[in-house]
Ligand binder design. Structure first.
Ligand code: NAD
Length: 316
């Protein structure tokens, strides 16, 4: 299959990631079937996509007619056969549970045309294992985007043991066509790159919070106004070259023995989860989020990310 032969797309799972990816495909003119087992979630997904596009209009990323064109490209369905029967590219975004993914890929393999690529947005499960339930492991691959997927540019592309180079190349070029910044990993490792790096920082941030080094606000501020501020311009490896490798080596020597190296989730995090304090979605997490504040914070997050996206695209 050539890139120009990818004409119909299916997104499986219409939650946080699925609805955003459906939007990304539709904005580039691909007809998309957005499938979920839950009709209510599909209704909510359509409203979310319309709201996302309104935010794009408000910030000058797209015009009204592009919103209309994108919405016309998306059809929602609870019929899997209808969703994938004519799909050339299928993107799965259902919960991160191996048995569920295997079950879904078994069905996708049965219902999608033999030439279709089956991609998973898994955050860290093995595509070698998921792909093994299909008769086309060479056409299975990971395209791991970050939340919110309609804004964050990077998509990690991870191949399984049997993924073919053709599938990898085609998927890479498709992501480029979607306006994404694909990064192809050289090998399959748990957590890929994004989550290995993100969770190394998260472990230390939670450790500093538990140890009373600073407040949650100040820990986040040190990243937003300092380390993270620089990160979108210089990655951690470039940063060490700019800072001097001798200095970085000395700091590694002094600091590595003192950093948190625990193999379990932080106790305070486990406690919050047990109490049902799951963050924005339940109204409280490490910070309080009464509904009005949650809505304002999500709007504010998107506004700032879109400003950053404009700068990122201008740099290209
Ligand atoms: P979510 O819970 O928001 O959405 C999952 C959707 O899948 C739900 O709407 C649910 O109804 C639907 N679903 C459940 N079983 C299904 C099935 N058998 N067939 C079709 N739909 C089904 O989850 P999410 O956050 O969008 O995560 C989806 C995937 O993306 C996971 O693998 C997750 O690890 C990955 N991911 C999530 C994030 C994130 O920040 N949320 C970031 C990157 C990757």
């Amino acid at each position: 299959m050539r890139l120009s032969q990818i004409k119909q797309v299916a997104v499986i799972g219409a939650g946080i990631m699925g609805h955003g990816f459906a939007q990304v495909f539709a904005q580039k003119g691909y007809p998309v079937f957005l499938y979920d087992i839950d009709k209510e979630i599909l209704k909510k997904a359509s409203l979310r996509i319309a709201a996302n596009l309104d935010t794009f209009i408000k910030h000058g990323i797209i015009r009204q007619k592009e919103k209309k064109a994108a919405l016309e490209k998306i059809a929602t369905t609870t019929d899997l056969r209808e969703a994938v029967g004519k799909a050339d590219f299928v993107l799965e975004a259902i919960p991160e549970i191996m048995d569920l993914k295997k079950e879904a890929f078994t069905k996708l393999d049965q219902l999608a045309p033999p030439h279709a690529i089956l991609a998973s947005n898994t955050s860290g499960l093995s595509i070698t294992e998921i792909g093994a339930v299909t008769r086309r492991p060479e056409k299975t691959i990971i395209t791991h985007g970050a939340n919110p997927p309609h804004i964050i540019p990077v998509v990690e592309i991870v191949c399984g043991e049997k993924t073919s180079d053709k599938t990898a190349e085609l998927t890479y070029r498709l992501m480029l066509k979607l306006g994404k910044k694909p990064v192809r990993l050289l090998k399959e490792v748990p957590g890929f790159l994004f989550n290995r790096l993100q969770f190394a920082l998260y472990r230390e941030a939670m450790h500093c919070l538990e140890e009373g080094v600073a407040t949650a606000e100040d820990i986040d501020l040190v990243v937003k106004a300092g380390y993270g501020f620089r990160l979108s311009v210089l990655g951690p490896l470039e940063t060490s070259d700019f800072g001097g490798l001798d200095t970085f080596c000395r700091i590694c020597q002094n600091l590595f023995p003192l950093l948190d190296a625990s193999k379990e989730p932080p106790l305070s995090l486990k406690k919050l989860v047990e109490e049902g304090k799951l963050g924005v979605k339940t109204g409280e997490g490490l910070y309080p989020y009464p509904p009005a504040i949650a809505r304002r914070k999500i709007r504010e997050r998107d506004r700032r990310l879109l400003q950053q996206l404009k700068l990122f695209q201008a740099r290209k």
